[in-house]
Design a protein. Sequence first.
Length: 345
Amino acid sequence: MLPKPKIVFLYSEIAGYFLACAEELAKTADVLIVRWPINKEAPFEFNISKNITIICKSDYDNEALSKVIRDFKPTKIVCSGWMDKDYLSIVKQYYRQIPTILTLDNHWVGSLKQHIASLLSPFLIRNKFTHAWVPGKPQTKFAKKLGFKNITTGFYCADVALHEANFDSNKIMPVKQFLYVGRYVKHKSIFEMWEAFTTLSDAGKLDGWEMICAGTGEAFEARTKHAKIKHLGFIQPKDLKELVNKKPIYILPSSFEPWGVSVQEFAIAGCPLMISENVGAAELFLAPGKNGISIQPSVDSIKQAMLSFADETTNRLKEMGQYSNKLGTSYTPALWAEKLLAIKL
């Protein structure tokens, strides 16, 4: 009998969808996760099984952390980005002995910073990592520019079981709601979204429609207040069921969004989608005309999409929700675990 793989994740912020994937992986591997302290803008609560060991990086100095990992005897190391120098020093110790896997989610945009990273990669990145694991095609180009030849896609995956529980094809009855769930930060284009909605609503062009927003962040105090907009604050993923059961139009209008796991999550739940062309996850989970609309992060583009949804029949919105579910459930934590286990030197 082959020994169980022993996989270490050197992580920044963890989220529930990542833990769902780690739980699947833990069925066939020993899993150790090192994480940063919890982000106050995304204070997720986690139920962690005994199959996974999680430690906080801030509880260890670098020497002690290195010893914990050495004693674990990893057969693979997965590191989120290259911004943590302590993580890099640990990865370096295992380079070319086991697969050392870099994860990155930034798109290649050809910026000066990215060109410099590409030039310095042989000395700062490729001398530590044997593989790259990215969400999709927009990030694959960046990984290639960094010099990686061993590139795997599919790094991000939603907790399919959690969100599938919110989908029932026999009970889909869309309501007149636009739903935003995410951080309140400017690059999510939330102010353009709110301006588009309030302008149309005040002009009487969205009769009966309302907007529900859930999240927190640095722009929360500057949020637009309107009679037809409800701000719910941060909501744990497990508590979203009441919202998504109404099958609202899920909107993510970001001007910058490397991936956006929420797109898959709300697709699984059976929501029609209104997604910015700058959102990476649209590559897999948005089929314009079939389960939603692709938008630009501008007031005019968002207004046009809102009016298009407002003109759709209930049956058409139901069809969109069903197609969303089909796309959303096409990639699962089991497939995620298979991809990781298949990575070899």
